[in-house]
Design a protein around this ligand. Structure first.
Ligand SMILES: [Zn+2]
Length: 82
């Protein structure tokens, strides 16, 4: 009695473990691919890519790091002044 349920529960746990494993692996791969399209550097370990900017003019998802973004923004300001 209750044996079938136990097996099902175990299968579910295994499936969930495998899902988490592949999910974490794909997240790792995604992070590896992330780099600034301007200076080509990946985010540092302490850096949150949430703060990075996405170039919406591009067809791809081009990420721009905070340093390059600030630079391009200040350049724009200078252009306006001239
Ligand atoms: Zn950059």
């Amino acid at each position: 009695m209750g044996f079938g349920r136990k097996v099902k529960r175990k299968q579910m746990l295994i499936a969930r473990k495998q899902f988490m494993k592949s999910f974490k692996a794909s997240m790792r791969n995604f992070k590896k691919q992330v780099k600034c399209t301007v200076c080509d550097r990946p985010p540092g370990p302490e850096e949150k890519i949430d703060n990075w900017h996405i170039n919406k003019e591009s067809e791809n998802i081009d990420l721009i790091c905070t340093i390059c973004y600030n630079e391009s923004e200040s350049k724009k300001e200078n252009d306006n002044e001239n």
